[in-house]
Design a protein around this ligand. Structure first.
Ligand SMILES: *[C@@H]1O[C@H](CO)[C@@H](O)[C@H](O)[C@H]1NC(C)=O
Ligand SMILES: *[C@@H]1O[C@H](CO)[C@@H](O)[C@H](O)[C@H]1NC(C)=O
Ligand SMILES: *[C@@H]1O[C@H](CO)[C@@H](O)[C@H](O)[C@H]1NC(C)=O
Ligand SMILES: *[C@@H]1O[C@H](CO)[C@@H](O)[C@H](O)[C@H]1NC(C)=O
Ligand SMILES: *[C@@H]1O[C@H](CO)[C@@H](O)[C@H](O)[C@H]1NC(C)=O
Ligand SMILES: *[C@@H]1O[C@H](CO)[C@@H](O)[C@H](O)[C@H]1NC(C)=O
Ligand SMILES: *[C@@H]1O[C@H](CO)[C@@H](O)[C@H](O)[C@H]1NC(C)=O
Ligand SMILES: *[C@@H]1O[C@H](CO)[C@@H](O)[C@H](O)[C@H]1NC(C)=O
Ligand SMILES: *[C@@H]1O[C@H](CO)[C@@H](O)[C@H](O)[C@H]1NC(C)=O
Ligand SMILES: *[C@@H]1O[C@H](CO)[C@@H](O)[C@H](O)[C@H]1NC(C)=O
Ligand SMILES: *[C@@H]1O[C@H](CO)[C@@H](O)[C@H](O)[C@H]1NC(C)=O
Ligand SMILES: *[C@@H]1O[C@H](CO)[C@@H](O)[C@H](O)[C@H]1NC(C)=O
Length: 517
């Protein structure tokens, strides 16, 4: 009897495994049609992009076409809610918030390879020779991952980035390495410049090309500051300097694992670039985010605009949004610039890109929130903004602070944040996702904070279902945090206390739109 039962169980297990294996391997990946998604689930962000179904990670190939349409591709597993089976998903938007899902743009050649991260460029002058008949040619430059190697390949598009043809001369760059990936290409004078990661050697390689097909090694930058375990997704771009007509250079490197707070994070270096060599202005490590959910950010081709992946490799494959058939969202779009802060050197400022298309009705307006509080109820999500001024040469009482809380209707869960003006940690922004019970994991840290040299002048926050972002001083510091309450957060309160005489805080909150409705 026991034997029979165990045979039956074993037989059943084999049958089930085979059925599952077959159904997985035979799950067709749609070609030529956009994958449909159900965007109504309680964890679905309303204004942050998330994929229709399956698993998404790094943004790829970001560019804006001549008609003003923003194109975003992304690392995409269309057949499962964990990383793997990498394709390039595709979405387009007129404003970086309202996205239309497009058919998958790049497919791996077979089941043992993946189309890994990369970038896209516009080639109006036919430098590549791919475009005999159009000035709207787009070339994608990406890593093909196979079991033995990572090589760099091209695919070109005649129709503005909707469909691509792989180049028959691929690969265009092969150094016989299985840790060589994520090419990001820019135009510098009349050449193409690529930065790429020798991931496990802590080297960012710089290559140049006249036609995107033949690449020459120009220089290496290695072992700069935070190492982590691997370097990924470098970007080297020119950004405007705030309040100036000048531009400066920034190199970003994404590090995984081994971020100071665990898992993955992005560091950046402002510096000088002369077409072949990059030199940071100083030896300091600066992180692009003070929380944990902002990785592999990429800049749009020839634009100071960027988007990051709002998750962390430490837990991304286990977050509870899988119950809605998807995992991972992107950060808000950001407009970036460089600021010379004086003694602290050059910093990157990541302002939220024009939010006017996503603001719905105004929920609250307070002319002066000093020493008082206000609250609001919301459905989709909430955007708040506060401009803060203090009298000159002010001294703060040791309890001077501002706190905000988002809470659920009935479960008692909440997400909190605030700003400490005085005491032992002055000028500190903080976030706390610990009072939510939808998810737990060793690396899913609860609390984050960052200190500033002087008190914040502006604090802007966006609560968007399973994502919260705070931008202090127009993005001088940014915190991006995934949150998983078991019921939607629908109530907001903010209070400030013990502020000095003469403090002035203009506060406003809006309901955000559901961009998928
Ligand atoms: C899959 O494609 C890659 C890249 O073209 C190739 O190197 C590899 O041999 C292929 N594998 C199989 C099993 O065909
Ligand atoms: C294309 O050529 C024109 C004319 O030479 C030049 O002004 C322009 O910068 C070129 N564009 C690119 C992307 O190289
Ligand atoms: C683009 O380059 C290809 C290859 O060099 C060439 O055959 C074609 O005439 C070029 N087209 C234009 C419009 O320059
Ligand atoms: C341009 O030429 C390519 C290659 O011959 C062709 O596939 C494509 O359809 C043409 N595009 C236009 C707009 O004529
Ligand atoms: C821009 O719009 C025109 C007119 O609608 C269209 O013909 C063209 O293909 C579009 N270009 C791109 C790059 O989408
Ligand atoms: C650049 O770094 C790579 C990876 O470590 C190395 O293989 C290559 O030799 C270096 N090139 C030069 C010129 O140093
Ligand atoms: C830029 O100028 C504005 C207006 O004068 C000022 O409020 C702001 O602090 C300046 N920003 C920087 C980074 O200097
Ligand atoms: C760029 O900088 C490197 C390193 O300082 C130098 O060797 C090279 O000559 C410079 N190139 C140009 C075009 O100035
Ligand atoms: C929260 O409670 C309010 C008032 O009782 C109700 O109108 C709303 O639908 C509830 N929202 C959720 C998400 O349960
Ligand atoms: C903000 O929260 C902190 C920590 O709970 C508390 O010490 C402080 O008094 C609060 N401030 C206000 C204005 O509520
Ligand atoms: C806020 O309250 C404190 C005492 O709690 C008081 O000293 C201060 O003047 C008040 N500030 C404002 C702007 O009313
Ligand atoms: C804060 O200041 C910015 C820039 O001056 C302005 O656009 C925004 O509307 C202000 N927000 C509030 C709540 O006053």
């Amino acid at each position: 009897m026991r034997q029979t039962l165990s045979s039956l169980l074993i037989f059943g297990w084999i049958w089930l495994s085979e059925t599952l294996a077959q159904s997985t391997s035979s799950t067709p990946v749609p070609t030529g049609v956009a994958i449909q998604g159900d965007y109504t689930g309680p964890y679905r962000p309303r204004v942050h992009y998330s994929p229709p179904k399956g698993f998404m990670n790094d943004p790829n190939g970001l560019f804006k076409d001549n008609n003003g349409t923003w194109h975003m591709y992304y690392q995409y597993n269309p057949t499962d809610v964990v990383a793997g089976n990498q394709h390039w998903g595709h979405a387009t938007s007129p404003d970086l918030y309202h996205w239309t899902n497009q058919p998958i743009a790049l497919f791996p050649p077979n089941s043992t390879s993946g189309v890994f991260s990369g970038s896209a460029v516009l080639d109006p002058n036919n430098t590549s020779g791919f475009f005999p008949n159009t000035t709207e040619g787009v070339v994608a430059i990406y890593t093909l991952n196979t079991p033995t190697k990572q090589t760099q390949e091209l695919a070109y598009s005649f129709d503005g980035g909707y469909t691509f043809t792989p180049y028959s001369g691929n690969p265009v760059l092969d150094v016989n390495s299985n840790q060589f990936r994520d090419p990001k290409v820019i135009r510098y004078d009349d050449t193409w410049v690529m930065v790429i990661a020798f991931a496990s050697e802590y080297v960012i390689g710089i290559y140049t090309s006249s036609d995107l097909k033949e690449w020459s090694h120009a220089s290496n930058i290695s072992h700069i500051d935070l190492l982590g375990i691997q370097y990924e997704c470098p970007n080297l771009v020119s950004l405007p300097i705030s309040n100036s007509s000048e531009t400066g250079w920034v190199l970003t490197i994404s590090v995984n694992p081994g971020a100071p707070l665990g898992g993955s994070i992005t560091e950046y270096f402002a510096g000088e670039f002369n077409g072949t060599h990059f030199k940071p202005h100083d030896g300091a490590t600066r992180l692009s985010n003070f929380a944990k959910d902002d990785y592999a950010g990429q800049f749009f081709y020839d634009q100071p605009i960027s988007i990051g992946w709002a998750s962390n490799w430490g837990y991304t494959n286990t977050v509870p949004t899988a119950s809605e058939g998807w995992r991972s969202a992107m950060t808000l779009p950001r407009k970036n610039s460089l600021v010379d802060t004086g003694i602290r050197g050059w910093e990157m400022v990541q302002e939220i890109y024009d939010v006017s298309p996503i603001l719905s009705q105004q929920l609250s307006f307070t002319q002066n929130l000093a020493n008082t509080s206000t609250e609001a109820s919301f459905n989709n999500g909430l955007y708040f903004d506060m401009n803060i001024t203090f009298p000159e040469k002010v001294t703060f009482s040791s309890y001077a602070s501002m706190n905000f809380t988002f809470s659920t209707n009935s479960t008692g869960e909440s997400v909190k944040g605030g700003y400490i003006l005085a005491g032992s940690t002055p000028y500190t922004a903080w976030l706390d996702r610990g009072k939510t019970s939808g998810f737990d994991s060793p690396l899913f840290t609860d609390k984050f904070s960052v200190s500033q040299v002087s008190p914040a002048k502006r604090i802007t926050g966006v609560m968007d279902r399973s994502l919260f972002e705070v931008y202090v001083d127009d993005g001088a510091v940014v915190g991006t945090m995934d949150v998983y309450p078991t019921e939607p957060l629908t109530k907001f309160t903010i209070s400030t206390g013990d502020l000095p005489e003469g403090a002035q805080i203009t506060f406003s909150a809006w309901e955000i739109q559901d961009t998928w409705a």
